[in-house]
Design a protein around this ligand. Sequence first.
Ligand SMILES: [Mg+2]
Length: 195
Amino acid sequence: MVQTSSLKSVLPAVNKEWTLFLDRDGVINVEKPMDYVRNWEEFQFNPGVLEALRLFAQQFGRILVVTNQRGIGKGYMTEQDLHDIHDKMQEKIQKHGGRIDKIYYAPELDDDGPRRKPNPTMGLEAMKDFPDIDASKSFMIGNTFSDMEFGRNIGAQTIFLPTTRTEPPMPHPLVDFLFPDLLEAAKSFQLTSTQ
Ligand SMILES: [Mg+2]
């Protein structure tokens, strides 16, 4: 049983000045163990995610996805396959009142590829695309320590979702907040922002 816990006692209230960075696999959709989601037929939203994204759309000014997609580098899928998945994902999210403003992905094969998380490159690209992003008013939500490190590297606060990995002992130097899933995190933002 995951207990919501954190180094800080409560999430800060957010508003449209805040930016949310989201990992994709294991956060938005069901992660395929040791494999890649190669087409829309294999893409499955995690429970509660569409509702979570609807809430986030009301809370955050900018919502960005940052995702490592090595399946492209490995030749399991093409960039066009990924675009098709993302187009359909976006359509579904928008139909439910949610919003993702831009999706950044790293197709590189190499573990040390400069665009791959935990390197901050995709975050820096986002800050270039949207110069009003304030790193001190941003969150990164992910299901791996690589995501948490990415968050640290761009100066964001971090939220870990133990959807596919073991819950880390808290307090943890890379993790500011812990929630069982994306919807629980979204509900918690709503509560604090309306206080
Ligand atoms: Mg992930």
